[in-house]
Design a protein around this ligand. Sequence first.
Ligand code: PXP
Length: 241
Amino acid sequence: MSLELGVNIDHIATIRQARGTVYPDLLEAMKLVEDAGAHAITIHLREDRRHIQDADVYAIKKHCQRRLNLELAATDEMVAIACDVKPSDACVVPEKREELTTEGGLDVIGQFDRIKKATQTLKKEDIRVSLFIEPNIEHIKRVPDIGAPVIELHTGTYANATGNAQKREFDRIVEATEYADAQGIQVNAGHGLDYNNTQIIAAIPQIKELNIGHSMVARAVFVGIKQATAEMLSILEQARK
Ligand code: PXP
């Protein structure tokens, strides 16, 4: 099974927003990422608009040559924007204003009704919905009732751990992937993945897509975003040989 790469370009916008400039140009970055062979462009329109802006979402949708994966919180405002933009994919994520980045998976048990409502509304617009969740079987069990065909497993805990704790977290990701795949749910993964820790996640055969951003924009400072994308694609390819 082939493994696809969604490149999250939020932090290109972070650099622009830091100074309120017009550069770096997100569309130029997207084109380079596409030219390098990435399968999807991923962006997160956050409630506080700290990086991606509303106008970016529309411009990216207009020019994107790959699948566009819009990450969004399950709020009425964000769901309305997604239904207007109609990206091919939408990934529902939890969001807290004060967090540095998305800090964990959705609470699909406590927030079941809200997440189900958002999922069903997005599905009516033919948007393929994925739920960003922890590698936790009890959470995956709720996914069919919510109606999302795809999950993205949160790899942030794995990425931040070391030694035995990282091995335990990796085992949880494998177990969750196998369980979800056996239920007919497509499994993606992402968060905190970099040029050192991605290979063994990419080697989990049932995973269909990885979404990676921060480490690739950081690498692009030295080698450019096209080369950074090519290097990550090569890690994915090696893992599936
Ligand atoms: N997947 C999801 C659902 C995310 O929210 C993010 C961060 O926006 C990523 C993947 C990418 O994470 P990172 O920037 O750490 O690679």
